[in-house]
Design a protein around this ligand. Structure first.
Ligand code: PAF
Length: 282
C-alpha cells in the first residue's frame, strides 16, 4: 500500500502509470470505510491494473459545520481495512490546504437542474462542493474509470453530467447499493447511531420497499403520501423528503410514462443522524 499526501506525489504516480500504459481505477471516498466502499475498491481492482483510493473529507460539500465536525475520521483504520483486500493500492489522503491552497470554497456549476431537487434543495451548495472536489480528483488522477455507489444516486447523476460538460475522458462506473443484513444501506454515518437507534434504522429501507410494492397500482402522489404518513407515525424518525423521480433526469414524476425508469428517494433524521436511501421502482 502506497500512501500519497500531495498532489505532486499523485501526479508523479499517474505519470509513471501512463508511461507504462496501465489502466487506472479511482475510488473517491471521504474515509470511514465500510464494506460498501470495499466493494467499490474490489470492482475497481478487478477492472484496472492500478487502483487509487482517495480519502478526503471535503469541507465544501458540507452545508452544516456540525455535520462536518462529527463526520467519522480515522486514516489508520481505513488503511487497515484496505489492507484486508490483499492487493497493492495507492491511497491519496491529502490535507485540506493541499486541495484548497487559496480558499476553502467551491466552484459554481450548472448541472442542468439535477442539483435543484432532493439533496440539492435541502443542502445548499452541496453539489457545487462535490463537483469541485470530484473534478479536481479526476483531473489529478486521470483515471480510466471512476467508481461511485448508487446510494448517492443523485451525486452519481451529477458526476455523469460534470464529466459530460467538462468532456473528461473517464468512464463513470455506477455500483449497486450495499446493504446490511437487515436492509440498512451502508453509510459512514451509520457509525453515529446508538444501538437503540441502529435497531430502528431499517425502517427507512422497509418503507421504500413498501413504496415500491405500491407503485405498480398507485400514483406517485399516493405513494409519497403513504411514505409521509408512515414516517409521521414513527416515534424516532423525522422525514426530510420523499421524492419519486425519473431515474435519468431526476425530475419529480407527475404522471407515469411508458418505458421510463423511476426511483424513490428519501432522506430522514434518526436522532441527530441524517440517513438517505433510494430504490428502483420499475
Ligand atoms: O460520496 C462521497 O463519499 C463524496 O461525496 C465524494 C464523491 C468522495 C466527494 O467528496
Amino acid at each position: 500500500m502506497q500512501l500519497l499526501k500531495t498532489k505532486s506525489g499523485l501526479r508523479n504516480f499517474r505519470k509513471e502509470a501512463r508511461l507504462s500504459g496501465k489502466t487506472v481505477g479511482l475510488v473517491p471516498t471521504m474515509g470511514a470505510l465500510h464494506s460498501g466502499h470495499l466493494e467499490l475498491v474490489k470492482r475497481a481492482l478487478s477492472e484496472n491494473e492500478v487502483v487509487i483510493v482517495s480519502i478526503f473529507i471535503n469541507p465544501t460539500q458540507f452545508d452544516n459545520p456540525e455535520d462536518l465536525s462529527n463526520y467519522p475520521r480515522g486514516l489508520e483504520r481505513d488503511m487497515e481495512a484496505l489492507e484486508t483486500l490483499g492487493k497493492p493500492l495507492v491511497v491519496f489522503a491529502p490535507e485540506v490546504d493541499e486541495m484548497y491552497p487559496d480558499r476553502v470554497d467551491s466552484q459554481r456549476y450548472n448541472f442542468d437542474g439535477l442539483d435543484q431537487v432532493m439533496e440539492g434543495a435541502h443542502r445548499t451548495g452541496h453539489f457545487d462542493g462535490v463537483g469541485t472536489i470530484v473534478e479536481a480528483l479526476l483531473r489529478l488522477a486521470e483515471p480510466t474509470r471512476a467508481y461511485f455507489g448508487e446510494k448517492d444516486y443523485q451525486q452519481l447523476q451529477i458526476i455523469r453530467k460534470l464529466v459530460e460538460n467538462r468532456k473528461l475522458p473517464v468512464a463513470i462506473i455506477p455500483c449497486p447499493i450495499v446493504r446490511e443484513a437487515d436492509g440498512l444501506a451502508m453509510s459512514s454515518r451509520n457509525a453515529r447511531l446508538s444501538a437503540p437507534l441502529r435497531a430502528q434504522a431499517p425502517f427507512l429501507y422497509k418503507t421504500l420497499q413498501r413504496a415500491k410494492a405500491m407503485f405498480g397500482t398507485k400514483s406517485a402522489t399516493q405513494v409519497k403520501e403513504f411514505v409521509r404518513a408512515a414516517f409521521a407515525d414513527h416515534p424516532e424518525f423525522k422525514l426530510e423528503y420523499i421524492e419519486i423521480a425519473n431515474a435519468d433526469t431526476l425530475r419529480p414524476v407527475m404522471r407515469k410514462g411508458k418505458g421510463k425508469k423511476y426511483r424513490a428517494f428519501a432522506a430522514a433524521y434518526l436522532g441527530g443522524v441524517r440517513l438517505i436511501d433510494n430504490i428502483a421502482l420499475n
